[in-house]
Write a protein that binds this ligand. Sequence first.
Ligand code: PLP
Length: 353
Amino acid sequence: MKLHNFSAGPCILPKSVMQKASEAVLNFDDGLSLLEISHRSKPFVDVMEQARALALELLGLEGKGYKALFLQGGASTQFLMVALNLLEKRAGYLNTGTWSDKAIKEAKIYDDIYEVGSSKSAGFNYIPKGYEIPEDYDYFHCTSNNTIFGTQMKSFPDSPIPMVCDMSSDIFSRQLDFSKFDLIYAGAQKNMGPAGTTLVVVKEDILGKVSRKIPSMMDYKVHISKGSMFNTPPVFAVYVSMLTMQWLKDLGGIKAIEEENEKKARLIYSEIDLNPLFKGYSVKEDRSNMNATFTLENENLKETFDAMWKEAGINGLNGHRSVGGYRASMYNALSLDSVKALVEVMSELESKA
Ligand code: PLP
């Protein structure tokens, strides 16, 4: 039985959320399924409004000029939507991994992009520091957590221009001053809900400044004016995201989950550092609390180790195909006990070897 899900997504959710979600599929509104009611009906409009409000509340951004949207097309659509809505002349991007690289590629379709810093030549195993953000650019874009290589920005610059951040793989996992950001986006499928919706939190006053015509579906202002219901929203993904945010709020919010996430990260990284059979991939100071990447020092032990963790009920530990090795993804809903189970297997391997 697969008991401990370390998969990089999608998606690990609290069991209580899964339970409520499955009940809503059978009976959400007086015998009707969540999947068959109108998205314009009051019960679903309430869900959407609650989801938008909870996102702002958890991030501490209520009443500060931000709007929350639940859009479709994944975080990948945000790569181009950000550029379409904000890029007039030039933008600065911090290149910290595969996803930043893809965001840069999409934005380049529309205009000039300057990489303020990049760790590409080092296999993205660190976060560049000491870079400068030009004051006359349209915006600065960064990726808070590098899901594939396992690095995480521990601090953010005081940007003189609007700061846009892809928080797909660490949204709601740690306390930050979210008001430093003018636009945050995150695919739901790591810390929030099923794949199919993307949270966008945008400060309204940065919009409407580009000269190009923006197709309606790509225009944040259109989605804001329609209360995130310009077209049929992904009702199930939004509902489950709302349940997960409610779960997080009841738990004590981001502060409470951050403490758990730090315990989990300390446990796995101390094993990686103390156990001579393993080696961490990324530099210590930039290690991600969400995705711990590591390799075996001796590849001959791979077969034994793989059999051991599978036997212990662990799932999804293989590294991304572009990196190899192992990746333990420890999103909000993964328990400390699951990390303990993995660490036990790692130390058992040491005693066997
Ligand atoms: N950005 C980051 C940091 C990610 O981890 C991912 C997917 O894992 C994406 C963007 C792409 O998200 P999507 O598949 O929703 O387009």
